[in-house]
Design a protein around this ligand. Sequence first.
Ligand code: 5GP
Length: 127
Amino acid sequence: MSEPDPSETLFERIIAREIPADIVEETTTTLAFRDISPQAATHVLVVPKTRYRDVGELAAADPALLADVIATAHRVADLDGLVESGYRVVFNTGADAGQTVFHVHAHVLGGEQLGFFGRYQEKPDEG
Ligand code: 5GP
């Protein structure tokens, strides 16, 4: 049996359809799927199909692919009817920002009035 690829993250497995996800949009270069632990009425993750660790690496290596990620984020917002009301796109980058999956991803949040963001606070209870 081959060793697991140490660079592989959960999101490569979602892109490969090895792990199920609620996919909302797909392009040749990107995939968008609903976050398993939504922090707003709409909470979708947009990933490039090629892995970069974070948005800085992606911007340096392939700015056109970063533009594809943003275009897909806007398309997701449009599909969920958020363009008029507004939405937020967030790239958590590194430990202080709480990045947990090291395959760059945009969080698309909206569908309700969003709170301020910045300093650490506990996630609201689920359930
Ligand atoms: P980060 O904290 O790295 O910015 O965001 C990672 C996101 O991935 C989190 O919001 C988390 O809820 C989400 N997530 C973790 N595991 C899964 C999963 O198996 N499926 C989906 N759809 N989202 C996941």
